[in-house]
Unconditional design. Structure first.
Length: 303
């Protein structure tokens, strides 16, 4: 089967699983993407696990590097999990080692972080943890072959919302507020005041829904002076597609231009990240073009 034939078959499989994050959809997508990964993706990659970036037991990160040379762009990744679950890596799982291996092959250093989970950590705890992690990366990137002046921050789902919150709140940035060259948001909710009322959202944003609107990132992102790459998937949860449309509409109202938003054809909520490193990868090529455009030595994304 050719890559295009595999992509077509994957599209139909993902379509059949449906857009909603049911146990069947999650397990089906996980199995489909895991089976497509190159088992040698981490060959030649040095993985330095569970490095400490803060005082909490969840303040741990993994670094993926070639172990050779230096001055490479650094991709910091923040996992999803509905605010209440998720890991940077787990025994027996290829995720998110697939992203780390892909990044090293592409010429980057990858940093994949854990962060505190709800309900122990509530808004803006995720953004606060990202601020700590970015500080660690700025101070330690060079020791792992990375360039502290070429850092890209990416997140998916809840991780994307934490990244968006970090970008929207410069008061959290501290001395490293201009450290980023760009940011990537994969399937993000932007207009929190209109988010679905469910237990996971209440665990992080609180029981008083009247306060949620002030926790949104939409207005700040639309005015942000930093290179962005935004994606949503064709078979995403309807809520994520709706929020992408709202951001696009607001962006147009403010700038009479379109946002840097990509609709990932044939993908669902999980497959863009889980599929990085496969021959049907749609997100990896976008990331490579984005990083190449904004990671020129001596330049840094503006705020």
């Amino acid at each position: 089967m050719t890559p295009s034939e595999r992509a077509a078959a994957q599209r139909e499989s993902l379509r059949a699983l449906g857009p909603h994050l049911t146990p069947e959809m999650i397990s089906g997508t996980t199995a489909l993407c895991a089976a497509a990964l190159d088992p040698g993706l981490l060959e030649g990659v040095e993985v330095r696990r569970d490095l400490v970036y803060g005082p909490h037991e969840r303040h741990r990160l993994d670094v993926y590097t070639s172990g050779e040379g230096g001055g490479r762009p650094v991709l910091v990744y923040v996992h999803g999990g509905g605010f209440v679950v998720g890991q940077k890596s787990a025994p027996g799982s290829p995720f998110f080692g697939n992203l780390g291996g892909w990044a090293v092959r592409a010429g980057y250093v990858a940093v994949v972080i854990n962060y505190r989970l709800a309900p122990e950590s509530t808004w803006p705890g995720g953004a606060e943890d990202i601020a700590r992690a970015i500080g660690w990366v700025v101070e330690n990137a060079a020791a792992h072959g990375g360039d502290p002046e070429r850092i890209f921050l990416a997140g998916q789902s809840a991780g994307a919302m934490h990244v968006a919150d970090y970008l929207a709140q410069p008061g959290l940035h501290g001395p490293h507020g201009r450290a980023l060259s760009g940011a990537v948001l994969v399937s993000c909710l932007y207009d929190v005041g209109r988010a679905t009322d469910n237990p996971m959202h209440r665990a992080y944003w609180g029981e008083d829904r009247s306060r949620w609107a002030a926790m949104g990132s939409l207005d700040a992102l639309v005015e942000l002076d930093l290179p962005l790459l935004l994606t949503v998937s064709e078979f995403d949860e309807p809520e994520f597609l709706d929020h992408a449309r709202r951001l696009a509409a607001t962006w147009w109202e403010r700038h009479r231009d379109y946002p840097p938003m990509h609709l990932l054809s044939g993908q669902n909520h999980l497959s863009p990240i889980y599929g990085i490193g496969t021959d049907t990868d749609v997100l990896g090529p976008l990331l490579e073009r984005f990083i190449a455009a904004h990671a020129r030595p001596g330049e840094r994304g503006a705020r």
